[in-house]
Write a protein that binds this ligand. Sequence first.
Ligand SMILES: N[C@@H](CCC[C@H](N)C(=O)O)C(=O)O
Length: 290
Amino acid sequence: MTSPPRVLVGHGTENDFVVLPDPEGDVWAGDRLDAAMVQRLCERRAGLGGDGVLRLVRSVHVPDAADALGDDLGRCEWFMDHRNADGSYAEMCGNGIRLFLHALVAEGLVDRQTCTDGLLVGTRGGARRVGAGADGGYWVDMGPARPFGEGSAELDGRTFDGVAVSMGNPHLACLTDVPVEQLDLTGTPAFDPALFPEGVNVEIVNVLEAGAHVRLRVSERGVGETRSCGTGACAAAYAALRAEGATEGTVVVDVPGGRLSVRVTSATTVLSGPAVLVSAGVLCPEWLQG
Ligand SMILES: N[C@@H](CCC[C@H](N)C(=O)O)C(=O)O
């Protein structure tokens, strides 16, 4: 590293990320961004603080992009290299990918005017189209929710039953009448490892209006409780519609950090919401060496 690495901090409905611009893949090459560095960056007192890290990098510089994207590799100039706060990789991040596009625009790497039709971005869960909305926010075509069974999770001394849904990453979306604001989600959920061999994000969901409006709290794999989860909102919307026997509809999803909207059709799921950059600067060399 010749000059101090550039860094941004931002969030989507208060699901917050440390953003590392690295277009040519030379700033955080090799094992520089190992799990220990991700953990240090996400540390809320001794680091910058965040639920995860997003590295802005061209797909050609990511060794595992070819496996993740297959024939889409050539169509995805950019790759969302996402890490959870514990350093683990996730296949997909719905809040992160909106912030990813916002940061590409802010860094002058992509022209916002050209992304109203969306830009195809590579992720470890495959290619996703993300675009700028007329309201200043962003949308992302997440692909269809893929149910893969039913299960339960134990949290705060209770058992919550739910539907297992893949949005590229694994979720257990649990509809319940227990008011979510009463729950203590500081613990780690217990779940069935046979159903979720790669771990799971657990959404606890109250239905406010059948098939149209829900409120959720989430315990994320690799992080703990966060203020929002975009893929979790999609899983919750799918579960809320399914409870009504519906496969299509638009669901407003309230999370502790704000509001998201999820449009579900028979073909796909479109998540919409804000993306906010809070600060931009550089990492101090003495911190990096510490
Ligand atoms: N908060 C994200 C999801 C991040 C990944 C998740 N913790 C996992 O490990 O699957 C979102 O907005 O979707």
